[in-house]
Design a binder for this molecule. Structure first.
Ligand code: GCU
Length: 393
């Protein structure tokens, strides 16, 4: 028996997201809303409202990027609420049209727009990060070759990722500085980032060449937690891709790997990501009235891909897989099998189940070209016109 199988055979029962829910209508009309509120009150706080004015300004267009594969737009998002203003720079790539409407992937980046691309003629975001430093995480030429548009913006532009980030975050559009101190934990970075993803989706919707049924949210690690929360709150997302999201993302909290991240660690180290209510469950995980498959279930019945890296013990790959499997009970209400009873896979052997996918990649906590190969295949299989999707709808 493998170690993973041994662990699986001794696991305690998980709480069920279904509770009193027998049909898809029970889920959609009642239970889904209850679970959304649970995550709001216990983990991520509320998604900010919409400001009075949202305006996108295309500052610069460049044709024939990456050897003629597509075009680039640099956009500024201008937000205004009363007299308060906030702006965010967005990087947007579009493939050449091939006659069909284009799918889009939206997601926040860690190190700024200039670091997300190999193109070197973008204004630097900060002196901290080098241009192109994380270009491997986006594989823009690969996306353009696959006919997919990419829209990305820096996480720090919505909520600077530190203890005092709240003061300069997008929450300042709605609250006075004294309401945004370290103690105002109800205004979380993860909700600000998820809200940011929805604004990137708004931008995608301004482009008639983009298919509004195919706008996906993607995120890695803390932004993988964010991608799940964004898809949970915004039904316009076609589905979600959550890469190496770990604790408070796709990884189940109960019976975690001893070397993986705990609730105690995450709430102490990153308190600005979470509601203060979560602190009470540190070292008492089993008392939480939910586990992370409840969060993943909020994407149902839309397609969901959960990804792990084999060396990323901190994010607990086996528990990310368990989460992907456990979410199946909710997909089944909608006639989709999820990943069924597929065993924990070997690296590079993706499980492309019925609306739910899971894979393990060789290597470390990161996003690589191999990840994108699997992501693009999942998106292709779950495109609204593909045979697989028609069968289930
Ligand atoms: C830390 C944190 C994780 C998070 C990761 C990341 O490792 O503990 O929860 O996912 O950073 O975002 O890279």
């Amino acid at each position: 028996m493998t170690l993973a199988a041994k662990r699986a055979s001794t696991l305690p029962d998980l709480p069920s997201p279904l509770e009193g829910c027998e049909t898809a209508a029970d889920w959609t009309c009642r239970r889904r809303e209850e679970i959304l509120r649970l995550f709001e009150t216990l983990m991520f706080g509320k998604i900010p409202p919409r400001p009075e004015s949202v305006r996108f300004e295309i500052r610069r267009r460049k044709e024939n990027v990456f050897g003629g594969r597509g075009s680039r737009r640099e956009v500024t998002l201008h937000l205004q609420n009363g007299r308060r203003q906030h702006s965010v720079d967005i990087l947007w790539y579009l493939p050449n049209r091939n006659g069909k409407r284009i799918p889009a992937v939206v997601g926040l980046n860690f190190m700024g727009n200039a670091a997300a691309t190999e193109e070197t003629d973008l204004p630097p975001d900060s002196t901290e990060f080098k241009p192109g430093q994380q270009a491997h995480r986006w594989q823009i030429p690969m996306l353009l070759d696959a006919g997919i548009s990419l829209i990305t913006a820096p996480r720090n532009s919505f909520f600077h990722d530190d203890r005092d980030g709240r003061r300069t975050s997008i929450f300042r559009l709605f609250h006075r500085p004294q309401e945004l101190t370290r103690t105002h934990r109800e205004f979380t970075a993860i909700s600000a980032w998820a809200w940011g993803c929805s604004l990137l989706l708004d931008l995608a919707l301004t482009e008639p060449d983009i298919d509004p049924r195919q706008i996906w949210v993607h995120g890695h690690s803390r932004l993988g937690k964010t991608a799940l929360w964004a898809a949970a709150n915004d039904p316009r997302f076609a589905g979600a891709v959550s890469n190496d999201s770990g604790c408070c993302g796709a990884a189940l909290t109960r019976d975690r790997h001893p070397a993986s991240e705990s609730l105690s660690f995450i709430t102490k180290t990153f308190p600005w990501w979470f509601q203060s209510a979560l602190d009470a469950y540190a070292a008492r995980e089993e008392e939480l009235p939910l586990d992370q498959h409840f969060l993943a279930a909020l994407t149902a019945p839309r397609p969901l891909l959960i990804a792990s890296a084999a060396e990323d013990v901190w994010a607990d790959p086996f528990n990310e897989y368990r989460g992907a499997k456990a979410v199946g009970s909710v997909y089944r209400l909608f006639g989709a099998r999820g990943i069924g009873s597929a065993p924990f896979p070997k690296p590079e052997a993706p499980i492309f189940g019925d609306r739910v996918g899971y894979y393990l990649r060789t290597g470390k906590h990161d996003v690589t070209a191999t990840d994108w190969t699997f992501v693009l295949e999942f998106l292709r299989r779950n495109a609204p016109d593909s045979a697989g999707q028609k069968k289930n709808s």
